[in-house]
Design a protein around this ligand. Structure first.
Ligand code: BEZ
Length: 260
């Protein structure tokens, strides 16, 4: 959604996203199970990307609306799933024309700097007693990759990245949800090592797709050398038998909005 990439840099490449990073929505199927959409429900998919999970939710719910900040993602979602409603909007600013029974989000919230604005918008969009069900990167997510980029950047005289994403602990995020009136019914932080598509090129492909915030201080013509250095630093830890595995950690939660 939302700022999955620095808005000053390239827009999202929805073809690469679907083709080489399909694990993002494939893992999201578990989060749809946690949402447990019901046949009479109206559901918002916040940060819907190319719409695959929106479509999955639509298989069980009465109505689903997908929202994403990226015009390219929304274009792709509309082309793939013309029967569903998709809107281009920012998670920090959107408004709902009719209340939703649930707001769902997979792998999008960690791109957003102002989480309080998101919580406010979600509270406003939900009916009283509605639920907010989401998964995002949690504390320690991709820590080895972030550390290797920082070490390689510093070694080459570039500024290391500072907090590129929002990866909260359970306590930090639950407190934030409560401050916005939610009752946190379930929250968990767990390791989910994630195999990257692309074989030997998997880490490079991941950094090309998602790494703008990490590599932002590095001139475009130096990036490939830096990325090679990052791969060398991580090979022992994250590469095995032709496959790169990113050190993902996920935070999942279910939170209910006030019933009055
Ligand atoms: C994630 O889904 O955890 C993630 C994806 C891209 C960059 C950072 C984190």
């Amino acid at each position: 959604m939302t700022d999955r990439r620095d808005p000053d840099r390239n827009d999202w490449d929805s073809t690469a996203y679907d083709g080489s990073h399909s694990f993002v929505y494939e893992y999201g199927a578990d989060v749809v199970d946690l949402l447990d959409p019901q046949p009479d429900e109206r559901i918002l998919d916040l940060g819907c990307g190319t719409g695959h999970l929106t479509d999955r939710i639509a298989g069980s719910a009465a109505e689903v609306v997908g929202v994403d900040r990226s015009a390219e993602m929304i274009g792709e979602a509309r082309a793939s799933y013309p029967a569903h409603e998709f809107r281009r909007a920012d998670a920090r600013e959107f408004t709902a024309s009719k209340p939703f029974d649930a707001v769902f989000s997979n792998a999008a919230l960690h791109w957003i700097d102002d989480q309080d604005a998101v919580c406010e918008r979600v509270v406003d969009a939900l009916r009283p007693g509605g639920r907010f069900v989401a998964e995002l990167g949690g504390a320690g997510n991709v820590a080895a990759i972030v550390a290797a980029v920082a070490a390689e950047s510093t070694a080459r005289g570039y500024e290391p990245p500072a907090d590129p994403w929002y990866f909260p602990t359970v306590g930090e995020h639950a407190a934030r949800l409560e401050a916005h009136g939610f009752e946190v019914r379930y929250a968990t932080l767990f390791d989910r090592p994630t195999e990257l598509d692309g074989g030997d090129d998997g880490l490079r492909a991941w950094l090309r797709m998602f790494g703008d915030r990490l590599l932002g201080s590095i001139p475009d013509d130096r990036r490939s050398a830096v990325v090679d250095g990052v791969a060398d630093r991580l090979r022992d830890e994250l590469y095995d038998d032709g496959t790169w595995t990113a050190d993902y950690r996920r935070l999942r939660f279910v939170a209910g909005s006030q019933s009055t």
